[in-house]
Design a protein around this ligand. Structure first.
Ligand code: GLN
Length: 201
């Protein structure tokens, strides 16, 4: 499908991280996707994906590119956002084990611990049960992944791995500690696009 899905355009924050993989998944679902590196580009999208990468670098570059304040404002105004891994960290209201000056954009009422699975298991893969996506399990790749350590009222836990919360949703904000975009798993992105196009929860 070519053109805007439901008349919407979505952006991928393109400061650092696995931007290309997200663009590919979104495009495969028929989305009109653009890269977001400036406030003007942000103003032109109806939803935003925050990629995986390194959250402290994304934070630093967002401030340098004058994107931090506009992104925080758009989230406050109800823009749908999907964050993976570092993107989940950026969406959290509070970061545990962040660098001293590191700030998230916030919006999701959660506390997230960076590198929560420790250096012994920097990366691992798992089959996850994610009931809201149907009965087929999600093959999930974790790369120096965070975990959610506090979930506020109004935040729905979508998945756990080894007892830890690794996928959450609050209204139009969706976050996973893992990277569906590297595994051909499109259901989280489709859910995000549905939020962008459709009636808001
Ligand atoms: N550990 C990284 C961080 O703190 C996240 C890793 C990832 O996005 N794969 O931002």
């Amino acid at each position: 499908m070519i053109g805007r899905r439901g008349g919407s355009r979505v952006g991928v924050l393109a400061l650092q991280g696995d931007v290309r993989e997200h663009v590919a998944v979104l495009a495969s679902l028929g989305a009109d996707v653009s890269l977001v590196r400036t406030p003007a580009q942000l103003a032109d999208v109806d939803g935003l994906v925050l990629p995986g990468g390194e959250s402290s670098v994304i934070d630093k570059l967002a401030r340098l590119f004058d994107l931090r304040e506009p992104i925080v404002a758009r989230i406050r105004d109800g823009m749908p956002v999907y964050g993976t891994c570092a993107g989940m960290i950026m969406l959290a209201d509070r970061i545990l084990d962040g660098l001293p000056t590191q700030l998230p954009f916030g919006g999701l009422d959660i506390d997230v611990r960076r590198n929560a699975f420790g250096s012994q298991v920097d990366s691992f893969e798992a089959e996850l049960d994610v009931p809201v996506l149907g009965s087929a399990p999600v093959h999930a790749t974790f790369i120096r992944a965070p975990a959610v350590e506090r979930v506020g009222e109004g935040v729905e836990v979508l998945a756990r791995a080894g007892g830890r919360v690794v996928a959450v949703e609050q209204g139009v904000l969706l976050a996973t500690a893992f990277h569906p975009e590297v595994d051909g798993e499109v259901r989280f992105h489709r859910r995000f696009l549905d939020r962008v196009a459709g009636p808001r929860p």
